[in-house]
Design a binder for this molecule. Structure first.
Ligand SMILES: [Zn+2]
Length: 422
């Protein structure tokens, strides 16, 4: 990176989340030149778990991190933060918004056929992603926006919508085995299934509810660095200090989404108070995916169900159900058919183990789920027992009688038993 020279359009300060989100977007306008003519560094943006491996290596060999070296690491992390925040630093932008394939081009016949069954639970998002040439998230979102008439209702500009969705899809890291745009598309498809649940849909969700639910699902992990919050904290990543070690990733996903909304101008025609409300509600939904807040949500959800006092005529209760639905969609992999569920399991374990390998290599404490010496089935059964089952037990109670929930619970139990036998 030392050969890279950055010409920035504006000064960058990261003293507040709002500035961070906006500045990350501003940096997209950066121009990059390198010491080697014609060679652009293909790197991801600012959230990538950037550690100067060389510095850490030499530090660990010396047995201690000298204060000078520590300052050097911090300086380099700071520099890399700016470098990687520029999308142009990734080299060529593969998909300009207007070059995205549109379904009505007739180019994507098979994908269009799949979309006619987008509400079915065995929807194969991996196949759909291949058929759309890696554009599953944009294609799915455009389709669902049309299904619900959201473009017309909110008078959205199609060019701005494509620009926004293209940015969101691009800002997922395709190098991540799990937290990539296909995961976002998968969560969005699950969210669509949950929005169609009779218990939810019959309460007449407003267009705004649907808009928020789909947008939050699509963007809920945007720019995920492929490592977890403890890793960011112990490597003193700038995002950890920016968000004070609390909901670090979720806050970044939300603020990045806000930045992209503003950069694309998607909501610029709406009254200011309305677009601000949308930004805040998106934040509330995305922050709900913080797994460390699971008990808080489960407790509240359980109390509502016990007292049977959920009234979906109330906007606040509908918002709460959207939060729960998004949480379910985010961890629904074990509720899919085995063939799909197993693929997701392999991907998430690979991402965990990559982090664990990095931690081991640099003498950092290995995170519990990231130790490749642990067996994958044990990780899966633990995840199902402690995270997925408690949540879906309650969702099943809420949606009852629901054929979809019965199907999901059936898969969940079968998959858990299958992992136990492996
Ligand atoms: Zn997720």
């Amino acid at each position: 990176m030392s050969c890279a020279m950055i010409e920035r359009c504006g000064a960058v300060t990261l003293t507040s989340p709002e500035q961070n989100a906006v500045q990350v977007r501003m940096l997209a306008e950066c121009k990059l030149s390198t010491g080697h003519a014609g060679v652009l560094l293909v790197e991801r943006r600012g959230s990538y778990p950037l550690i100067d491996l060389q510095v850490l290596k030499s530090s660990s060999q010396q047995g201690e991190v000298a204060s000078g070296t520590r300052r050097k690491v911090q300086r380099q992390l700071s520099f890399q933060r700016y470098c990687h925040a520029s999308r142009l630093l990734r080299g060529l932008v593969p998909h300009a918004p207007l070059s995205l394939h549109l379904l009505d081009d007739g180019y994507l016949g098979q994908a269009a056929h799949m979309l006619s069954k987008v509400g079915t639970w065995n929807f194969d998002i991996f196949l759909f992603d291949r058929l759309t040439n890696g554009n599953s998230l944009v294609t799915l979102m455009c389709h669902l926006f049309n299904v619900y008439g959201l473009v017309h209702h909110f008078q959205l500009d199609m060019v701005k919508l494509h620009r926004f969705l293209g940015m969101v899809q691009e800002d997922y890291h395709s190098q991540n085995p799990y937290h990539n745009a296909v995961h976002a598309a998968d969560v969005t498809q699950a969210m669509y299934c949950y929005l169609k649940e009779p218990k939810v849909a019959s309460q007449q969700l407003s267009p705004l509810d649907v808009f928020l639910g789909l947008m939050a699902a699509a963007a809920h992990d945007v720019d995920h660095p492929g490592v977890n919050q403890p890793f960011l904290i112990k490597t003193r990543h700038h995002l950890a200090s920016l968000y004070q070690n609390t909901s670090v990733l979720e806050s970044h996903h939300w603020r990045s989404t806000v930045g992209m909304l503003r950069e694309s101008g998607l909501l610029s025609h709406l009254p200011a108070d309305m677009s601000q409300d949308i930004e805040q509600q998106l934040g509330s939904l995305i922050l709900a995916t913080d797994i460390s807040r699971q008990n808080e949500f489960l407790l509240t959800f359980g109390e509502h169900l016990d007292h049977q006092d959920l009234d979906l005529q109330l906007p606040s209760h509908r918002h709460f159900i959207l939060q729960i639905a998004l949480k379910c969609a985010d961890v629904c992999n074990p509720c899919r058919v085995w063939a799909l569920s197993r693929q997701w399991s392999e991907r998430v374990c690979e991402e965990f183990f990559r982090q664990g390998d990095l931690e081991r290599k640099f003498d950092l404490e290995i995170s519990p789920l990231c130790d490749s010496r642990r067996l994958r089935p044990a990780i899966q059964t633990g995840f199902i027992s402690y995270i997925v089952e408690p949540l879906f037990d309650e969702w099943h109670r809420f949606t009852e009688p629901s054929p979809l929930s019965r199907t999901m619970m059936g898969h969940l139990h079968q998959n858990k038993a299958r992992w136990s036998r492996l």
